[in-house]
Design a protein around this ligand. Structure first.
Ligand SMILES: [Zn+2]
Length: 185
């Protein structure tokens, strides 16, 4: 009768033969470790060898860099249309999904981006001001036209707003003056 259970050499549990992987060169045709332990041992091995593997990959890449870059570029060149088509198709098919993902990504990273932007702006204030000034100078006519067009399109709203602002400023002045006379007394 064939053995149906086996003791694992690692966790020392006695398990069903199906809990072990097949191994031709071993006497009972099964691995010494159970599947669970085998997996753990593999992971440990990979972890230990990850750096080595990475170094080997890097070495290979550096040794064959030129060749690989050339090959990739050649592939891209000869498959340009194909690639563009498959990309377009992919976007079309996954449009909703991609839009959802992008929105979700934006939602979860909004704080990060606004913080990043604020930091960037603070660090590059002069540069940005210079760029803006140059832009205004270079696009003076265009911007003026745009401003004018905007003004005519929104004249009513702008005038109403300005009026309200003036009134508010007047009120503030009046209040301050009143406060001033009170303090003066
Ligand atoms: Zn085990």
């Amino acid at each position: 009768m064939p053995e149906t259970t086996k003791k694992c050499g690692r966790c020392k549990d006695t398990k069903d033969a199906s809990e072990f992987y097949h191994h031709k060169s071993r006497k009972d045709g099964l691995t010494g470790y159970c599947k669970v332990c085998h997996g753990k041992a593999c992971m440990k091995w990979q972890g230990r060898n990850r750096d080595q593997l990475r170094a080997a990959n890097r070495k290979y890449y550096h040794a064959h860099r030129e060749e690989m870059i050339k090959r990739q570029a050649a592939y891209r060149d000869t498959h340009q249309e194909e690639r563009a088509k498959s990309r377009a198709k992919y976007y079309l098919v996954h449009r909703e999904e991609l839009a959802k993902k992008a929105a979700e990504y934006y939602r979860t990273h909004r704080d990060y981006y606004s913080r990043y932007q604020a930091k960037y702006r603070a660090e590059h204030r002069e540069e940005i001001a210079k760029y803006r000034a140059k832009y205004h100078k270079d696009h003076h006519e265009e911007l003026l036209k745009k401003d004018r067009a905007y003004y005519y399109a929104h004249r009513e709203a702008i005038l109403t707003k300005a009026d309200a602002k003036r009134r508010a400023a007047g009120m503030k002045q009046y209040k301050n003056a009143k406060k001033g006379t009170r303090h003066a007394r």
